[in-house]
Design a protein around this ligand. Structure first.
Ligand code: ADP
Ligand code: MG
Length: 618
């Protein structure tokens, strides 16, 4: 065995660098964090070859004192904490004092800074050699700091091998920028690559700017398909002082990957299992199987309640009151999503956009406003009214030319319930027809509404079943003639074993032989249903869940199965009043924008969009 010896500073820093400096993007992250901690308002980034040849970050922040310059490059040197207690309440992005030292050990690094207002002043330090000795020379620099990192990993070939193409490295850098741009809205950021301006984030002064930054991160569609939320759980109300704000994407705006989920704790972007779980749970009821929600959420809390010193990259945190944080996140987001239903001014909730007005409405949080029964916000303009009830929308012209069609339309028109004079048009409007036994066509102030009637009804039934179960359990409806159902022995056993539970759900079942049971009652809400099939499906679910505890856990799934039975089947003819009743129920039902499986239940096509389809007015 060789004898033990102290490693030289460069080597020990290189070992430490392994954790912090993985690629150009991690250098950018650390440098930007430093600039932000120094209260910069403008940051200029220059890159060459995806950052592998050169990364230069220049800021107009507080600067570093001449005497501190060399110290800044040594390991465990920081201005952000000084004693153990400081570690308990970290409010800066950095605090470990190792980023610059790590970078310096795996690149050719120069640091130039000026902490004064004197433009002629400024000092530069570069590191070289095994022992990382640094020499300070004068170098004029406006107030602020420039860090230049050249030839990353030039002396650590093993690391260099892991670098990808310049393009890939550049993409990762842009990703870091996007994340930071959302949490630091007041800072202007310029990104140049190989001498060309690539990205520019202007300081966000108003809502339109914020929307622009969001669009840069999530794409244009997000803001139109997102709900803005703001929730607080103040200490005075028994909370621990939590505040949440940000945007959650509508369930219909989900993705197959979890790649657009941004969560910030005290303005630091983090990844945390507890957080992801809470949010996932909040979406559980409304998201199509396997889909991932999109969000940008900002949680603020007392820094003493969260430990950021968990991992060198500071991507992870540990909450001191994990449970409180979990339930707060869950309920805030759950609530916001529950309010997603057809509403005045919010526009369509799916693919086809309603157009003007949507952006403003969802940004300002109007998406959360309670449904007002169609009153208030939705006041059609005189032109809209005219278009709906007399003008171009009514095909008088076709009427005269093509008698048979005309007659057909005429009946649909007279059968539709037009609102009494002076009454407001509800968000989903009034039904005009049923299409292929599947869709309801309705018209509202904006244009055409198309509803998937089974999906919509299923959601309504489901929400009602949940509410009733929460309240006093489901009411039973005794059958005049009990129905005998043949089943597997296992299912019959289940029925027997869980009879108490089944009663809560409104079923009264009696086992009459090894393989048959008698259905005596079913839930009153589902009384029109085929009792045998309903019971069979519910027992199949039970068999899957097994224990009583698991049945309770899966209660909603069970109710969802039941709801599927209780909902209008495709191909059932609905009368116009029935359709209108369904539309009104949708407006009043939580989460009615999606069916139980997260698919959209309705969509809107505005008159403008319809006009475009026919190239009218072009
Ligand atoms: P940390 O950020 O964890 O303190 P770093 O190695 O990143 O550690 O930086 C060391 C110190 O150098 C910081 O504490 C700060 O005082 C100073 N520093 C680094 N970058 C800047 C900057 N852009 N502006 C002002 N001071 C800086
Ligand atoms: Mg730092």
């Amino acid at each position: 065995m060789p004898r033990i010896m102290q490693l030289n500073p460069r080597l020990s820093n290189q070992i430490a660098a392994g954790e912090v400096v993985e690629r150009p993007a991690s250098v950018i992250k650390e440098l930007l964090e430093n600039s932000l901690d120094a209260n910069s308002t403008r940051i200029d980034i220059d890159l060459e070859a995806g950052g592998t040849k050169l990364i230069r970050v220049r800021d107009n922040g507080a600067g570093i004192h001449q005497q501190d310059l060399t110290l800044a490059l040594s390991r465990h040197a920081t201005s952000k904490i000084c004693q153990a207690e400081d570690l308990e309440a970290i409010s800066t992005l950095g605090f470990r004092g190792e980023a610059l030292a790590s970078m310096a050990s795996v690149s050719r690094l120069t640091l130039t800074s000026n902490a004064s207002e004197d433009k002629a002043s400024g000092w530069r330090v570069s590191v070289a050699g095994q022992d990382m000795q640094a020499s300070v020379i004068p170098a004029p620099h406006p107030r602020g700091t420039t860090v230049e990192v050249k030839d990353l990993f030039f002396n650590t070939p093993a690391r260099r091998k892991f670098l990808r193409t310049d393009k890939t490295e550049l993409q990762r850098i842009e990703d870091v920028l996007r994340k930071l741009s959302l949490s630091h809205l007041q800072v202007a950021i310029y990104l140049n690559h190989n001498g060309k301006l690539l990205r520019h984030f202007a300081p966000a002064a108003d809502e339109a700017d914020v929307t622009r930054r969001l669009a840069a991160v999530f794409g244009q569609g997000f803001i139109e398909n997102a709900i803005y939320l703001e929730q607080a759980f103040p200490a005075e109300q028994g909370g621990i002082g939590l505040q949440l704000r940000g945007w959650v994407g509508l369930p219909t705006y989900s993705r197959s990957q979890a790649d657009q989920q941004y969560f910030y704790v005290n303005n630091r972007m983090i990844r945390d299992k507890l957080v992801t779980h809470a949010i996932k749970q909040a979406y559980q009821d409304v998201l199509f199987h396997g889909r991932q929600p999109v969000y940008a959420l900002f949680l603020s809390l007392d820094p003493r309640l969260v430990d950021v010193n968990v991992h060198p990259t500071k991507h992870e945190v540990r909450f001191r009151n994990g449970r409180d944080v979990h339930s707060f996140l869950f309920s805030a987001i759950h609530r916001a999503l529950a309010d997603v239903r057809p509403q005045a001014g919010v526009g369509s909730n799916v693919m086809i956009q309603a157009g003007a007005g949507v952006e403003e409405a969802s940004f300002g949080g109007a998406g959360q406003a309670p449904y007002t029964g169609g009153g208030g916000a939705l006041q059609p303009t005189p032109t809209q009214r005219a278009m709906m009830f007399s003008g171009p929308a009514r095909p008088g012209f076709i009427n005269e030319q093509l008698q048979p069609y005309g007659q057909m339309l005429e009946t649909a028109w007279s059968a539709s319930q037009e609102p009494p004079e002076g009454e407001d048009i509800p968000p989903l409007g009034y039904a005009v027809a049923q299409l292929h036994g599947v869709f309801i066509l309705a018209q509202n102030a904006h244009g055409l509404i198309i509803v998937d009637m089974h999906a919509a009804h299923e959601r309504i039934t489901y929400e009602r079943l949940k509410q009733a179960t929460d309240a006093e359990g489901l009411k039973m409806q005794p059958l005049l003639v009990p129905v005998s159902v043949m089943m597997s022995e296992k299912e019959c056993l289940m029925a027997e074993e869980h009879s108490a539970q089944l009663e809560e759900f409104g079923f009264e079942l009696q086992r009459v032989s090894d393989e048959s049971i008698l259905v005596r009652s079913i839930p009153a809400m589902l009384r029109k249903e085929n009792a045998g099939q309903l019971v069979r499906d519910v027992l199949a679910d039970l068999a899957e869940y097994g224990t009583t505890a698991r049945i309770q856990q899966h209660r909603d799934e069970l109710l969802s199965t039941m709801a599927c039975h209780g909902s209008v089947r495709a191909n059932r003819r609905l009368s116009i009043p029935e359709m209108n009743a369904l539309l009104r129920d949708m407006e009043a039902t939580e989460r009615s924008g999606q069916c139980n499986h997260g698919r959209p239940t309705w969509t809107e096509q505005s008159i403008d969009e319809l006009n475009k389809l026919f190239m009218r007015g072009q």
